[in-house]
Design a protein around this ligand. Structure first.
Ligand code: PBG
Length: 336
């Protein structure tokens, strides 16, 4: 048989050889961010029905929950406040009041875990009476009022942590939110201490369903299609990412994950130097959970395949509710 240069291996039979072919798609603790829900009732801890295994909990339970995860190498968290007891109103007053669970948790988290990167979700929907992500006037989003308020809330999270919340992450999809936040950070001379992770390409997805149970934030009328990206449009997503980058966001995000990896790849090709986050959202979590429960796939193998695909598409950090499990697997093998 003569040699031909058309022989290309498609399979490798040794772990190291396989890993060499997968550079930049490996998963380490640096590629994971863990979303957590903090309740305004300090002693309460409740499982989210539509997300089995995920809890929302008051401040008195947070340390016990996070200690083992930090111990297994957790590098960053994304915090959502959830209010059951506090009241909701048009302006989301409790998004940044003293009683807000995120504001109360931040200094403690910084004290317990000085090296943990803390990102705070910034949005109105968990706190507004209508459950929308901005301020509603006459049944419509008022953009100017919304971004002004989003800037205020972001600033209060940045200031609450004393040492500083490391990242504020607007998920509201209000045009101009990055500029509004940067301006309010600038007023307090915090620009060089707090990064902005913009949920830039956030699609109007049904896969947020379980999250809305978790954060108690379903819209009371209409839906979010007037400010979230239509599922079929990649061009709006690309333009919105460009806009956020031109407004100097420090990191950008595509959300949900698995169905939008084409968008991730396009963004990565165009902006190779800005970190891209992918949010594996609540519905993706639940779908995998139930598929594994039904014995249709093995959770570990299925999840690793998805995470690898996200890395292959160009995602740098994956926000996933599965972070604690993945970190445990990483302990065994060091690199996945
Ligand atoms: C709030 C927000 C949502 C998610 C993160 N921030 C829900 C939404 O826009 O309806 C979804 C996260 C998830 O589904 O896991 N603006």
């Amino acid at each position: 048989m003569s040699y031909t240069n058309k022989v290309i291996h498609s399979g490798y039979f040794n772990d190291t050889l396989r890993q060499w072919q997968c550079q930049n798609t490996q998963i380490t603790s640096l590629n994971l961010m863990y979303p957590i829900f903090i309740l305004d009732e300090k002693d309460v801890r409740e499982e989210i029905k539509s997300m089995p295994g995920i809890y929302r909990q008051g401040l008195n339970h947070i340390k016990a929950m996070l200690d083992p995860v930090v111990e297994s190498g957790l590098k960053s968290i994304l915090i959502f406040g959830v209010i059951n007891k506090l009241s909701k109103d048009q302006y989301g007053t409790h998004a940044d009041s003293f009683e807000n669970p995120v504001i109360q948790a931040l200094p403690l988290l910084k004290e317990w875990y000085p090296n943990l990167v803390i990102a705070c979700d910034v949005c109105l929907c968990p706190y507004s009476s209508d459950g929308h992500c901005g301020i509603i006037e006459n049944k419509q989003i008022d953009n100017v009022k919304s971004i002004k308020r989003i800037g205020e809330i972001a600033l209060s999270y940045a200031l609450a942590a004393l040492v500083s919340a490391d990242i504020v992450a607007p998920s509201c999809m209000m045009d101009g939110h990055v500029t509004a936040i940067k301006q309010s950070l600038m007023k307090e001379n915090l620009l060089s201490r707090v990064s902005v992770l913009s949920y830039s390409a956030k699609f109007c997805s049904v896969f947020y369903g379980p999250f809305r149970d978790a954060a108690n934030c379903a819209p009371s009328f209409s839906n979010r299609s007037s400010y979230q990206i239509p599922v079929g449009s990649s061009s709006i997503a690309e333009r919105v990412v460009d806009r956020d980058i031109s407004e100097s966001c420090d990191m950008t995000m595509v959300k949900p994950g698995m169905m939008y990896l084409d968008v991730v790849r396009k963004v990565k090709d165009k902006h190779p130097n800005i970190p891209i986050f992918i949010y594996q959202v609540s519905g993706e979590y639940a779908m995998l959970y139930h598929a594994a429960q039904a014995g249709v796939i093995q959770l570990k193998e299925g999840l690793i395949e998805i995470l690898r695909s996200m890395r292959r598409a160009g995602g740098d950090v994956i926000v996933t509710y599965y972070t604690p499990e993945i970190l445990k697997w990483l302990k065994d093998v060091l690199i996945l």
